[in-house]
Design a protein around this ligand. Structure first.
Ligand code: SAH
Length: 266
């Protein structure tokens, strides 16, 4: 145990719990994480934390609870992440790239430049909100009994963390057998972080408002569809920079035309 590669992969996976109502579930999730070697717990507006019940249910995973980060929004929890996977026990109105827990392994393996990453879990009562799911590149569903799909929150955390551990173990054994694990990507080819992609989204939306293409009073499904497009594209930092450069040139163009129109020169 303690192999560096395994540690670094599992250390770069954040488990994010959104507005958990029962502190016992936070403790049980911390225990589930620790048994699988994950360490980073982030809590978005937990109803009660710190809490004695969380401590009791963590059964000794105190370090995870002590180091848990508490934040006020999902955006804040994942802004430095290059890959975000949301968990959901049911399908939503707008279909999204959907995977089974086992495929998480393949996704991380295919995209070593997508770390750090986050796996996001919803409220016990109502799961994740649509706008939270729209921040995610993939949605993962644990294929449970169709008549009884909803696992306890900490049980869902356990299943997902187990899959992450399998990948870490597999990487460790390929390292020992001398196989190459490509984890260093050329900087500009790194996947963009959520903060960079959201910056691009905001810029795109502003230009669309300026040109009259998008009416924020009547958004319909446009913001959700654009978020899905960006999530599917999984842009690199270089691609985000190109698109933002183009949008900045559009801003200049619009300003030039507006000023000249106002002064009657056009
Ligand atoms: N009643 C809620 C279920 C919440 S269960 C709903 O209808 O959405 C609490 C959380 O556990 C979920 O938000 C999800 O993060 C996770 N979870 C529970 N069952 C799951 C499943 N079958 N697949 C993936 N995640 C699941």
């Amino acid at each position: 145990m303690g192999d560096l590669k395994q540690a670094s992969l599992l250390q770069q996976i954040k488990i994010v719990l959104c507005q958990t109502s029962h502190p016992g579930n936070i403790g049980a999730a911390a225990r589930a994480m620790k048994t699988m070697g994950l360490q980073q717990l982030v809590l978005v507006q937990p109803k009660e934390f710190p809490s004695q019940e969380a401590l009791a249910r963590s059964s000794g995973a105190l370090d995870i609870l002590d180091n848990a980060q508490v934040v006020s929004s999902l955006q804040e929890a994942v802004e430095d992440c290059r890959l975000v996977i949301g968990t959901s026990s049911r399908s939503r109105t707008l279909p999204w790239p959907m995977v089974e827990p086992r495929e998480i392994k393949n996704i991380i393996e295919k995209e070593p430049s997508a770390l750090p990453m986050a796996i996001v879990f919803g409220r016990e009562s109502s799961g994740l909100l649509n706008e939270e799911l729209q921040l995610c590149h993939y949605h993962v569903n644990i294929p449970a009994n169709p008549d009884y799909m909803s696992l306890n929150l900490a049980a869902a955390v356990q299943v997902i963390c187990y899959e992450c551990r399998l990948l870490a173990l597999q990487q460790e054994s390929s390292l020992h057998s001398g196989a190459e694990v490509d984890s260093e990507a050329d900087d500009s080819e790194r996947k963009a972080t959520i903060q960079q992609t959201e910056g691009l989204y905001q810029h795109l939306e502003n230009v669309m408002i300026e040109t009259g293409f998008f009416d924020p009073q009547e958004p319909k499904l446009l913001p959700a569809r654009l978020h899905r497009l960006l999530a599917k594209a999984q842009l690199t930092e270089a691609e985000v920079n190109i698109l933002r450069g183009f949008l900045a040139s559009m801003n200049k163009h619009i300003k030039y035309h507006t000023v000249n129109k106002e002064s009657g020169e056009l």
